[in-house]
Design a binder for this molecule. Structure first.
Ligand SMILES: Nc1ncnc2c1ncn2[C@@H]1O[C@H](COP(=O)(O)OP(=O)(O)OP(=O)(O)O)[C@@H](O)[C@H]1O
Ligand SMILES: [Mg+2]
Length: 1021
């Protein structure tokens, strides 16, 4: 509870004892308003619960809320009706004591709802065995039945309980609800026959008409429309949007089946309900003698049928009255007015007693036959103090009841306070309070009290009237300080009291009662004649309710007032023996609206509920008290000695704590088990200090917690990483093993293949050979020769040699083909010339190889360098080739510069403008060269050809080229490569010799033998 103290400015305090201005009604109302505006409908005064009807669903009655309050220290959670219920239940279980919860308040304040919530709380939270479920269901379902028969729509409440109810819930030693007992008080019977504008009769009538099946209604002689029945339609509001009669009837019928109602019970019960409705519709008319008669007998017949007696007897009983005159009985007719009275009295009596029968019936079904000791929690849902514009006999009874209950409350609170002080060893400080015993006595004292006076007036012979009763009151209690009448009052007050009225000064305030109807209601008279009829009824419920013994008894039955007084005193006896809890219900406005807070109305109720008085008693000593353990637990953080743990006795811890925070001696007292704090401000200061320190504590706790969580998270991640790593390594190792195993197999197969490589293709070597093949072919891609001159070739493995050869040939061919296709015409011609050269000189003459790389020219002398005369002489022959040469004279071997010009037909040796020698190809016999590196070439002519001078001995720098060109022009192989020497014709018939030799330097000379010696340098090869 202390938890909410910080928000007290906004939501008020949860316990009125913490109000500083505890004597101020305004402060009280203010606190209530603050809380109500935040939808906080509950507030404590110590252990008393003040509840304000929210008139809306707040979602605070869920199963989870119930669990929240279960077994929790009373002040730990915000005020709630569940806390009251749980506290009573826990104490009952632990101390094996009996309890009651008194719920009071105005009509519509929420008493019945509160009692239902408590019942539901027990039903849900108490331990339960399967066999006892039925008892629990009956306890719960007794409510709709009782509400159907005892509740009605009034102007103030659509479901107003028109009777007081005390319900005992019995628990076994395990705390299981095992049974129950209900006592009802003062059902408002007048409602059966009359309802004010906007009000209804008891729900059951409307429910049966709306929900009963057609056949059933027909068998009861009823129609579904309630407007057809006088007893149901006087208030002119048969239908009410907030009430669903049809559904409620279903619930009631279901409850009947669970609460042991037999078929015949129900038949009889429905018969009674229908009879009451029929009774209301009986109309009386005056006959010629001025007596009552019933013109239409339909209703009489139905009633007689349903209640099981003769219609004529009923008719007579309704229109006549038996008067006992000494020894005789005289029957005299009634006037219409008296017949109506008799009819209504009959309806009220039948309904009233049926209601009592119903309560008894429910009780018999709730009875627990187990004789083991039981403890009980009683729920008292009883009308609160009632002050209407016009207060009658009922209000008098109700307010008397409240006066008694207030007495009980104050006494019990005082006693409890005193007992607590005593138990805690704290000196008791007497409290001034108003003891309302004096008012109770005024009402109930034997012979002298108002009820006794009323009874006397009812039974005394002679004409007793309400006025005579008032006069008796004036006479007998006129001097009482709390009693006033118009006659007795002073001039001021007199104006506000009527002639027929008396005023009582109740503990809660003044109430003026009108004596009209007091006698009649107190007598509650039913003519003997009618009673006799009822006693003869074949309807077993009616028979049970109206016993013949009652008729025969000479004793007058107790009056309603006395009955009520007696039942109240037995109720108080019941209550006194039990531990009390209180719930005071307040209605926030008259219009049943949510969130509307009517100050005036609430002040009024605070007064009548005696809340200020209760608060005063509760606050007279100390505003706050708590067990040391709880106080220390909450505030220990305020003192370094007690934080975080105090290991000594809690009392000492609290002492240390309050010394540290500086409580002054007058502010507190230390009891045996509790600390008592005198002023709320002391507690508030402590709470504020706690609130301040809480933030620091929270930060520290948070930091530690976060650290802890981070560390836990880190360890978790580390573990996860290690696990992952281990798994990953395992996976890698397994993969490696697999790879290696595979590699071993591959290597093994490879080796085997290698061993068997030369064997015919088979499983042992097939793979290896395929591999070798593929591998060689793939490798070969990168080693294929790129040109015809590239003779390299990738060496093949043994098994592929023949394939390799084929491939190589293909490759070479391809290269050659490519090469050939790429040649130009000139190049081709030159190549052909080189081929010719090769044929002539290849391997025969030194210098040939070196000459290969020198390309041949088409001519070594431009046509411009040839003398035009020569050209003229050559004439039409086209010059094919011309080259400068040295011509050696055939005789003296003198060297002369000449040009050798080759045409298609002849070779010309030309000296400037002169053709020195023309050799027709037809006359050419051959061409000789040496095998050495010299440039000597000899063109042989026929020796017999006299036109020719002889062979031409020439030396040419381009000997290979010149010889080749000449050979090609000759179209014949006439070239001879000689070794050592050669013979030539100097002139026809005369030969000369040319000797070829090698030496250190090139020389051409005529040697001593007259031979031409040609020395050439030997080339290194
Ligand atoms: N705690 C609550 N939450 C929501 N609505 C409530 C609550 N208490 C009462 N009410 C509303 O107020 C109406 C009247 O309540 P209830 O019947 O308990 O009043 P009462 O005090 O028993 O009146 P009476 O003396 O006439 O029997 C209920 O029908 C319901 O609509
Ligand atoms: Mg009620």
């Amino acid at each position: 509870m202390e938890g909410a103290l910080t928000a007290r400015d906004k939501v008020g305090v949860q316990d009125f004892v913490l109000l500083d201005a505890y004597t101020s009604e305004s402060a009280f109302v203010d606190n209530l308003r603050k809380r109500f505006s935040e939808n906080l409908i509950y507030t404590y005064i110590g252990t008393l619960l003040v509840s304000v009807n929210p008139y809306q669903e707040l979602g605070i009655y869920t199963a989870s809320q119930m669990r929240l309050y279960q077994g929790v220290n009373f002040f730990e959670l915000p005020p709630h009706v569940y806390a009251i219920a749980d506290n009573a239940y826990r104490t009952m279980c632990s101390e094996l004591s009996n309890h009651f919860i008194l719920i009071s308040g105005e009509s519509g304040a929420g008493k019945t709802e509160a009692s239902k919530k408590i019942l539901q709380y027990f039903a849900v939270t108490c331990p339960m065995t399967e066999s006892l479920q039925i008892a629990r269901d009956r306890l719960l379902l007794s409510n709709p039945v009782l509400e159907a028969f005892g509740n009605a729509k009034t102007l103030r409440n659509d479901n107003s309980s028109r009777f007081g109810k005390y319900m005992d819930i019995q628990f076994d030693s395990q705390g299981v609800p095992v049974g129950g007992h209900i006592i009802s008080y003062l059902i408002e019977k007048s409602r059966v026959v009359y309802q004010s504008q906007g009000e209804r009769n008891f729900h059951v009538f409307y429910q049966m008409l709306a929900g009963g099946e057609e056949e059933r209604l027909a068998s009861l002689g009823l129609q579904p429309d309630p407007r057809l029945y006088k007893y149901l339609s006087q208030g002119h509001c048969c239908k009410e949007s907030s009430i669903n009669d049809k559904n409620d009837w279903k619930t009631v019928c279901n409850a009947f089946s669970i609460i042991d109602f037999t078929h015949s019970d129900l038949e009889n019960l429905f018969g009674i309900i229908a009879s009451v409705l029929h009774l209301g519709n009986i109309c009386f008319e005056e006959d010629e003698r001025g007596c009552a008669m019933v013109p239409v007998n339909r209703e009489i017949k139905w009633i007689a049928k349903l209640l099981g007696f003769c219609p004529s007897i009923l008719l007579e009983a309704l229109t006549h009255r038996k008067i006992e005159a000494k020894t005789e009985e005289v029957i005299c007719p009634l006037t219409v007015e008296l017949s109506v009275y008799a009819r209504d009295a009959l309806a009220k009596a039948v309904y009233g007693r049926t209601f009592t029968w119903l309560v008894n019936k429910i009780n018999s079904s709730l009875v627990n036959k187990d004789l083991a000791q039981k403890t009980v929690i009683g729920l008292l849902d009883i009308y609160g103090f009632e002050v209407l514009d016009k207060n009658g006999f009922e209000q008098f009874c109700i307010n008397y009841c409240n006066e008694k209950l207030q007495q009980l409350l104050i006494e019990r609170t005082l006693t409890a306070e005193q007992a607590e002080y005593e138990a805690e060893g704290i000196q008791w400080e007497p409290i001034q309070y108003f003891n309302n015993k004096i008012i109770c006595d005024l009402v109930e004292e034997r012979h002298r009290g108002i009820i006794s006076i009323l009874d006397e007036e009812c039974i005394r012979p002679g004409p007793a009237t309400d006025l005579s009763f008032l006069e008796k009151l004036e006479e007998k209690v006129g001097k009482h300080a709390h009693f006033q009448t118009r006659k007795l009052a002073g001039p001021q007050a007199r104006k506000r009291i009527g002639w027929m009225e008396f005023r009582l000064l109740h503990y809660a305030g003044e109430v003026t009662y009108c004596t009209q109807g007091f006698l009649e209601k107190n007598n509650d008279l039913l003519y003997t004649h009618l009673k006799e009829v009822l006693c003869r009824s074949k309807n077993s419920i009616v028979k049970e309710c109206f016993l013949v013994a009652e008729l025969r008894s000479r004793r007058r039955p107790p009056t309603v007032g006395t009955q009520f007084k007696n039942s109240l005193s037995s109720l108080l006896e019941i209550l006194i023996s039990k531990e009390p809890s209180y719930i005071r219900c307040i209605k926030p406005n008259e219009r049943k609206e949510p969130s509307k807070f009517d100050d005036l109305l609430i002040r009024h109720q605070i007064k009548y509920l005696g809340l200020m008085e209760h608060l005063r008693v509760r606050r007279a000593g100390f505003a706050y008290r708590r067990k040391y353990e709880h106080f220390l637990q909450r505030y220990k953080s305020l003192c370094p000695d007690t934080w975080p743990h105090w290991h000594g006795p809690p009392g000492e811890g609290v002492e240390r704590l309050i010394k540290y925070i500086g409580y002054k001696p007058e502010e507190y007292k230390l009891g045996k088990t509790k600390i008592f704090i005198r002023f709320p401000r002391t507690l508030f200061a402590t709470e504020d200090a706690f609130e301040f320190s809480k933030h620091q504590l929270v930060a520290r706790i948070q930091a530690t917690y976060r650290g802890c969580r981070a560390r836990r998270e880190y360890l978790r991640k580390r573990r996860a990483a290690t696990t992952l790593e281990a798994y990953w390594r395992g996976a890698l190792a397994r993969r490696e093993i697999k790879r290696r195993r595979w590699a071993v197999q591959v290597v093994r197969r490879f080796i085997k293949g290698f061993i068997h490589r030369d064997k015919p293709l088979g499983p042992d070597n097939e793979e290896f050979i395929m591999f070798v093949r593929k591998n060689y072919i793939l490798k070969l891609r990168y080693h294929v020769p790129r040109s015809v001159l590239d003779k390299s070739w990738l060496r093949p493995p043994g098994i592929l040699e023949s394939a390799s050869d084929l491939l190589r040939t293909m490759c070479v061919r391809n290269l050659v083909r490519k090469y050939c296709r790429g040649l130009t015409a000139e190049r081709k011609a030159m190549m052909q010339q080189k081929v010719v050269t090769s044929d002539i000189f290849g391997g025969k003459k030194e210098g040939y190889v070196e000459s290969l790389k020198q390309p041949f020219a088409s001519s070594r002398i431009d046509e411009g360098d040839i003398n035009p005369k020569v050209l003229q002489l050559i004439g039409s022959e086209r010059i094919q080739y011309a080259v400068p040469v040295i011509k050696y004279d055939r005789k003296g071997f003198k060297a002369r510069q000449r040009q050798l010009i080759l045409t298609q037909k002849a070779a010309y040796v030309v000296e400037l403008a002169k053709i020195k020698q023309k050799i027709d190809y037809s006359a050419l016999k051959g061409v000789s060269t040496s095998n050495l590196s010299d440039g000597i070439l000899v063109i042989h002519v026929s020796p017999e050809d006299h036109k020719q001078k002889g062979d031409a001995v020439l030396q040419c720098e381009h000997v290979f080229e010149a010889v080749t060109k000449l050979t090609m022009l000759l179209k014949d192989d006439v070239v001879k490569v000689v070794q050592g020497s050669l013979q030539f014709y100097i002139s026809p018939g005369k030969e000369g010799t040319i000797v070829f030799d090698t030496g250190p330097e090139e020389q051409v000379y005529k040697d001593k033998n007259g031979q031409l010696t040609v020395v050439s340098v030997r080339r290194k090869s």
